[in-house]
Design a protein around this ligand. Structure first.
Ligand code: SAH
Length: 452
């Protein structure tokens, strides 16, 4: 069975890999900058006074606010939030992401999804759920793989579910994925705020929250989503853990500053682990809640989640930073004009996921993509491409994604799986385990596949 699954994943890979660069996709390859190396357009220099006014009146009314509240307001305030108002992705925006850099990235994730669907026995229903889909490029690349492997998936009824807080980005996603075949809900209260259909007839729905996505066997994707969720920051002091808050600078009333809360807050007394050894910690409680929801859904309905982001395993301290025009930006300066982000603490996600799901990783992006066969895919594309500039772009994009000094070691892949997925295979009678139990079935990306 193990050999069968490995063999099947390899077959999927070679079937997708035999497709050349699509003529339209070739232009999507471009030299890229990692989010950390981020030039400002003159327009972007303008501060957003309304967000600063909103924050200062809030602080004047109730006192300093937790960093998590600051981050939530700045990024997702329904009127002036950064994600709500901007199209921040790409060379002209504030940062660029792997799916925007290369089509291969989404193709390999498409193969991963089909492999996990097969690993689960090929259920009749397959919901692809993406959290924070950006421009929709990752979903588009995954759906292209689904079309190429239609015969494999033919038995499944498929649908795409996008969890997106930004109306502006949902509009771009709808254009990219459905053209004009989509429409907004009549009422703002509808859990599905937009519906559409791809050119191949696959239904697409947009939600503001994961909670609104219907139950059912699902594969969840979250690429550079968790790093955008609000973090609490805590500082170890002589009196114990204290929460870091955002206050108005008393000497410059139109500027903000960090202060340490004089006494403990609910967050500082509940979110820091008793055996914590660091002096400063960041905890993304909202990310924890989402992981618990994913874990519950996977346990109850089957499926898997693939979380890819930059992060650490409970070792880093102060990672909160801003990006504007592909440059680092002071997190408290002109709030709402720049992206805010913090490294994902994968050890925290693993802990809150609980025992109901199996966790894989985190493994580096380089390891994951190499295990998924990125080298073979690059060779096939190069073999089919004679244009020197496209060849150069193919190679530089590959390098950006996998080079340890670029995105290769900084980004990690982490997965939640239904526990049955890693269960040891039973004997042919289906009852007793063999004397020498075989290893659990391999999970693509986290285990090496060999390509002949
Ligand atoms: N996954 C994409 C985009 C990453 S940027 C890519 O890799 O290219 C973060 C995405 O998450 C954006 O689409 C943003 O609007 C969305 N987002 C941020 N906070 C969110 C929240 N709380 N709920 C839903 N979507 C959110």
């Amino acid at each position: 069975m193990r050999a069968l699954l490995l063999g099947k994943t390899q077959q999927l890979v070679s079937r997708v890999f035999n497709h050349p660069v699509r003529p339209s996709a070739a232009v999507r390859w471009r030299a890229a900058q990692a989010r950390l190396l981020c030039s400002s357009s003159p327009d972007e220099e303008k501060p957003r006074p309304s967000m600063l006014r909103h924050l200062t009146s809030k602080i004047k009314a109730t006192g300093p606010i937790p960093v998590a509240e600051y981050m939530r307001e700045v990024l997702t305030n329904p009127v002036t939030g950064y994600y709500v108002k901007n199209n921040m992705l790409g060379p002209d925006g504030d940062f660029i992401t792997s799916p925007e850099i290369s089509q291969i990235f989404g193709e390999l994730l498409g193969i991963w999804i089909i492999s996990e669907w097969m690993g689960a026995g090929g259920p009749k229903q397959l919901q692809l759920v993406e959290l924070g889909p950006g421009k929709g490029s990752l979903a588009a690349d995954v759906l292209r793989v689904f079309s190429q492997l239609q015969s494999v998936l033919s038995g499944a009824s498929m649908s795409l579910h996008l969890v997106e807080v930004s109306p502006a980005l949902s509009h771009i996603q709808a254009q990219n994925l459905t053209g004009t075949r989509n429409q907004e809900a009549d009422s703002e209260d509808e859990p599905v705020y937009r519906r559409g259909e791809t050119s191949t007839g696959l239904p697409v729905s947009w939600y503001r929250r994961l909670d609104d996505v219907p139950a059912g066997f699902s594969i969840f994707l979250a690429h550079e989503f968790f790093d955008a969720l609000p973090i609490h920051k805590f500082q170890r002091t002589e009196k114990g853990w204290r929460e870091v808050m955002v206050d108005i600078d008393p000497e410059k009333p139109d500027q903000l500053r960090f202060v340490v809360a004089p006494s403990s807050t609910l967050a500082s007394s509940t979110l820091v682990q008793a055996d914590e050894r660091r002096h400063h910690v960041e905890v993304c409680a909202e990310g924890g809640v989402i992981v618990q929801q994913l874990a519950r859904r996977i346990t109850e309905d089957g499926g898997a989640a693939l979380i890819a982001d930059y992060g650490h395993d409970g070792t880093k301290t102060d990672t909160f930073r801003g990006f504007k025009g592909h440059q680092l930006h002071d997190v408290l300066a002109s709030p709402g004009s720049a992206d805010l982000t913090a490294d994902v603490d994968f050890s925290y996600l693993r802990r809150v996921a609980g025992g109901g799901v199996a966790c894989m990783g985190p493994v580096s992006q380089r390891t994951f993509l190499k295990n998924m066969g990125i080298d073979t895919r690059l060779q096939v594309l190069l073999r089919n491409c004679s244009d020197p500039s496209t060849r150069k772009q193919l190679i530089s994009s590959y390098d950006m994604l996998t080079n340890p000094a670029k995105m290769g070691e900084r980004f990690h892949f982490f997965s939640l799986l239904h526990p049955s997925r890693l269960a040891k295979p039973k004997t042919s009678e289906g009852l007793k385990l063999e004397k020498k139990s075989p290893a659990p079935l391999p999970v693509a990306g986290f285990a090496e596949l060999s390509f002949s």
